[in-house]
Design a protein around this ligand. Structure first.
Ligand code: GCB
Length: 604
């Protein structure tokens, strides 16, 4: 065998072995996603946590970069006056959880690195199983309870949990090493256009569960329009158990029996009223095991494509949307409470939307629940963005895990219409196979939603743009990000642009837009003025009107959001100014242009 062949073989074998072990790690990480934690009995660990800023990772490594046995996770205390312990949580900073650290302390505004968090709590006086549940920590963390490593997690926007039933003491120290350093191989990678907010950005709680409990369940509509689905128990006693399922409004009262794997399927013999944006009907559902109930609000709809149309409950629908980052209006920083999400979604409603694109990562669960209550269809995506490392098997496993977590958490949210696997990714073989695998994964996990991706890789001939990205073959709905009048051309040239689609599939214009500082006035030729931005919208919307395969739009973006790429001090001040609304709630002129367009679309 030649040297080259030998080396190739070696690389292939190594890749297979690495993939196998990574899969194992991620499989373990993905286990135990508990459905609908809102409805579970729990104790919140939100509030002020103690925090030590540790850019050199001194809490983990000694001076020769060996792992420390007595790192900060041990929360060591001085016993004698001459003891030397060079950290002390009791005399450290305090940070709010949930919350990003960047907007809580001025000196952490640009910080990317490690912060140690500690929360001390008393053992809850409750029997049964106890699980610590994290709704989201950005980006990487190690979790320790009373000095013991419970586990690691990577990915800034997905939930994870640890069973601590047999690990709790009278007084407990829960310590996290949280690290938001950007990494080439990470998802997202080192370059992205939003603020890298670090910290325990979402809520933490201890769930009180029975030894055997309803871990997960799924509802959908059968071919004949009747609710059906499955549930799964977890625990020592999962086989042959009775689970009661009721939906009073549908006169459904079912006694189900689990199989030896703790799994039961169900189907309900009545036809529910279907969820639509105008009638966002949700049913009160209850699932009970041995007197402990999980209550949920479930809606039913179908979403499909027919040629270049999107059909909601078999009716063509035009998605009047807007893109949204998970940044808090008025407060700044990450959205941490439902009220902040409610403000954003109310603005989307005011704009006339029936659809939102939650960019560029899974948002809080409460946002999606609110959206469906308010009659908004949702596009949800994972941070496979720009130039992630498509050749790297561990990057793939990471992306797939984030996809799995997103779908597992939100599969029962009727508002979800589209799962997006990527945003603006370059056309290469490696990327196609990477995204192709993700698309297959979505199909395996959920065949009741449409699959999309936002593309910006079309070719052009003169005035004509041709949607020919080979990924178009794989996805159901083609998302297109195009910035006519901002990153290229003058706004008035945009209405003459013509679009051709090589695929007989619907297209959503997932991004159009331009930047303006709220209150800045000038002519349509003065960049950064509201007039310029309004002009971008005017001509782009004229362009959209000529696209006969257009099934919706989600212009960029509802509200100005922070990004370190935006360095014009006098205008941007670290904000991407493409919002239709400023971070302080001021609507710009373009807001009203899109509002009028959606008003006409609604009447058509
Ligand atoms: C894009 C990206 C989005 C950026 C936007 C911009 O195409 O998808 O994340 O923020 O452009 O403002 O440049």
């Amino acid at each position: 065998m030649s040297n080259i062949m030998y080396n190739k073989l070696k690389v292939n074998i190594l890749t297979i072995i690495t993939t196998f072990f990574l899969q194992l790690v991620y499989d373990l990480q993905g286990q135990g996603l508990i459905q609908n934690i809102q409805a579970r009995d729990k104790m919140s660990l939100d509030g002020l946590w103690e925090a030590i800023v540790d850019p050199l990772e001194n809490g983990l490594y000694n001076h020769s970069l060996g792992l420390r046995k007595n790192g900060y996770f041990m929360n060591e205390q001085m016993k004698n006056p001459y003891d030397r312990i060079e950290y002390d949580f009791d005399h450290s900073y305090r940070l709010n959880v949930p919350g990003d650290w960047n907007t809580q302390m001025e000196k952490l505004y640009y910080y990317e690195g490690t912060i140690w968090y500690k929360k001390t709590f008393q053992k809850p006086e409750r029997g049964g199983r106890k699980v610590i549940y994290f709704e989201g920590v950005n980006y990487k963390c190690k979790v320790y309870l009373n000095g013991e490593l419970l586990g690691d997690h990577i990915g800034g926007f997905s939930p994870f949990s640890f069973d601590v039933t047999n690990k709790l003491q009278e007084t407990n120290d829960l310590i996290l090493k949280v690290d938001n350093k950007r990494l080439r191989e990470a998802v997202p990678t080192i370059n992205f256009d939003w603020w890298n907010y670090g910290g325990i950005t979402r809520s933490v709680s201890i769930l009180f569960l029975d030894q055997t409990f309803i871990e997960d369940y799924s509802f959908r509509l059968s071919e004949s329009g009747q609710p059906e689905g499955w549930l799964r128990l977890k625990g020592d006693d999962i086989a042959n158990r009775e689970v009661v399922l009721t939906i009073d409004e549908l006169n459904a009262d079912l006694q189900l029996r689990t199989d030896e794997n703790g799994y039961a399927e169900f189907s309900i013999r009545s036809k529910p009223e279907l969820w639509t944006p105008d009638n966002p009907k949700l049913y009160e559902v209850s699932l009970g095991l041995a007197g402990l109930f999980v209550e949920d609000r479930i809606g039913f709809k179908t979403i499909q494509t027919d040629g270049t149309q999107i059909l909601l409950n078999d009716q063509p629908v035009f998605l009047r949307g807007i893109s949204i980052h998970e940044e808090a209006p008025f407060w700044g920083g990450r959205v941490t409470v439902p009220e902040q999400a409610r403000v954003l979604l109310s603005w989307a409603k005011e704009l006339g939307c029936n659809f939102i694109r939650l960019a560029h990562y899974p948002h809080n669960e409460f946002t999606i629940r609110l959206a469906e209550e308010m009659g908004l269809l949702v596009w949800s995506e994972i941070p496979v963005y720009w130039t992630i490392d498509y050749d790297n098997p561990s990057t793939y496993q990471n992306a797939e895990q984030q996809l799995f977590d997103m779908i597992s958490r939100d599969k029962n949210r009727v508002g979800i219409a589209l799962w997006s696997v990527a945003n603006e990714t370059p056309v290469t073989e490696a990327r196609l196979s990477f995204l192709g695998r993700l698309v297959d994964k979505v199909k395996e996990l959920d065949d009741t939603r449409l699959i999309t991706a936002a593309l910006n890789t079309q070719s052009s001939e003169g005035n004509k743009t041709i949607i020919d990205d080979p990924l178009g073959e794989y996805i159901d709905v083609i998302g297109i990000n195009s910035y006519c009048g901002w990153y290229g051309s003058r706004p008035y040239e945009c209405s003459d642009k013509v679009w051709e689609n090589l695929y007989n599939k619907p297209m959503i214009m997932s991004e159009i837009g331009g930047g303006a500082l709220a209150g800045m006035r000038g002519t349509v030729d003065d960049r950064w003025t509201e007039e310029y931005q309004a002009d971008v919208y005017k001509y782009n919307l004229e362009m959209l009107d000529e696209i006969d395969f257009l099934a919706g739009a989600s212009p960029w973006i509802l509200m100005d959001f922070r990004s370190p790429r935006r360095n014009l001090r006098h205008i941007q001040k670290d904000y991407n100014r493409k919002g239709l609304i400023s971070e302080n709630g001021i609507r710009k002129k373009a807001f009203y242009i899109l509002q009028e367009y959606y008003d006409q679309k609604r009447k058509q």
